[in-house]
Design a binder for this molecule. Structure first.
Ligand code: CA
Ligand code: CA
Ligand code: CA
Ligand code: CA
Length: 427
């Protein structure tokens, strides 16, 4: 075959490839323009989606990479892994984002431009939860009520119900029960980690006390039932929350009494056991002080007490788990935060941790908003995430607060602050 003809074929193939890729709007594939060692790579994507930017090179495994900003049309983007061959990018605003990647290999440095063209998505995105993937509350007062569980309900039916409570604009409360109970949910897009700003908020029913008997406490408190928040992004791109989780390190994480890798096992109450009734406060009486036995991995044991408050069922064990003799949960346990400020058991104040949890500060308080930059890995090291797709909330408190019963995180939704146009600086 003659060389010119061969060159012509290659050119044709290249033109065809370019047209095909250019037609793939919204795709995440890079299109190369250049010869064997490409100088410019262009990516096209939508807002609120994570793209892996790849330095196209034949450099050796020892090559060193350094991604820097060339020109960006807005600050509403995130670029992480900037010293790797592959960087991760996500933007909350349309525009053109140009980066330079310097590749140093065997003593020489080559520069390459990587351009990302971000366009607005074609279908409207929801600022709120799109799907609940898992709902596993620990036993508790409001389990079987929030959401409603009936005898004979299957775990699948309860998950569907949890979806009907949370996956909408104005959600309804669900309770995570005692320590460790959790829920996992996701969004129809990635929540971008914007620099210097908080990115999302988990909605709960926390409120500040308006009549703390101790006006000198100097701390904010009321009903604060901190749920520890974990985040992840869909690294394996299968749409499921089966990727690595990173915990949001809130104010309580830095307190001395916080216990990492706390583990607790609850034992299903024997329906024939003799209740151990106790006193109470006002109209709320303890019908069984030794209702649900628990044992933890710190050598401690105790009971969830049963009370007869009018607003919940007397059955604390999840009805859809009636065949399970025990339920075990693991996670970070925060220090107890409930203080009997009345001195006679009538008025407990649950003091809020400074920041970084669910159901800890009221929904209209900036301290209920979370910066993805607070994420840490399992060894406690800070991680850089471009955006997140999934959130897990676990009750972080193992505490009985007198007649209020066990402390239980409630949640009623979550919001992407960027999609809502809320601009809350980080701390
Ligand atoms: Ca952020
Ligand atoms: Ca996944
Ligand atoms: Ca609660
Ligand atoms: Ca609550």
């Amino acid at each position: 075959m003659n060389q010119r003809f061969f060159k012509y074929c290659r050119l044709l193939a290249f033109v065809f490839l370019t047209i095909t890729l250019a037609n793939c709007s919204g795709g995440n594939d890079g299109t190369e323009s250049g010869g064997e060692e490409p100088q410019t790579t262009e990516y096209k994507t939508n807002r609120f989606s994570i793209v892996t930017l790849n330095a196209k090179t034949n450099a050796s495994a020892n090559a060193v990479y350094n991604w820097t900003i060339e020109t960006v049309s807005s600050e509403n983007y995130s670029l992480v892994n900037t010293t790797s061959k592959e960087a991760l990018f996500a933007a909350a605003a349309e525009g053109t984002y140009v980066f330079n990647v310097a590749i140093t290999d065997k003593g020489t440095t080559k520069n390459q431009k990587v351009t990302v063209v971000v366009t607005t998505e074609t279908s409207e995105l929801k600022s709120y939860i799109s799907k609940v993937f898992e709902f596993k509350p620990a036993p508790g007062q409001f389990v079987n009520d929030l959401p409603v569980a009936n005898d004979g309900d299957s775990a699948d039916r309860i998950l569907t119900r949890a979806n009907s409570y949370l996956a909408k604009k104005n959600g309804d409360l669900i309770s995570l029960g005692a320590f460790g109970g959790y829920v996992v949910f996701g969004f129809d897009h990635s929540i971008v980690n914007l620099k210097g700003r908080r990115d999302f908020r988990v909605l709960g029913n926390a409120f500040w006390a308006d009549a703390n008997p101790n006006p000198n406490s100097g701390l904010r408190g009321g009903s604060s039932e901190a749920g520890v928040i974990m985040v992840s992004y869909d690294k394996n791109k299968n749409g499921l929350p089966d990727d690595e989780w990173y915990e949001i390190e809130g104010g309580g994480h830095k307190m001395e009494k916080t216990i990492r890798n706390y583990e607790i096992t609850y034992h299903r109450p024997d329906p024939n056991k003799k209740p151990v009734p106790g006193g109470g406060t006002g109209t709320v009486l303890f019908t069984d002080l030794e209702y649900i036995y628990w044992k933890d991995n710190q050598g401690k044991e105790g009971y969830l007490a049963q009370n007869n408050a009018y607003n919940h069922s007397l059955e604390y064990w999840p009805k859809w788990q009636k065949d399970q003799a025990t339920i075990t949960f693991k996670g970070t346990r925060l220090p107890d935060n409930a203080v009997d400020e009345s001195g006679n058991g009538s008025y407990f104040v649950q003091y809020a941790f400074l920041y970084g949890y669910a159901d800890n500060a009221p929904n209209n308080d900036d301290e209920s908003a979370i910066d993805i930059d607070w994420a840490i890995d399992s060894s406690g090291k800070k991680v850089q995430l471009p955006a997140i797709d999934f959130v897990k909330v676990c009750n972080g408190l193992n505490q009985q607060a007198g007649w209020l019963g066990e402390t239980s995180t409630e949640i009623m939704g979550a919001n992407d602050l960027h999609l809502l146009g809320e601009n809350i600086p980080t701390r």
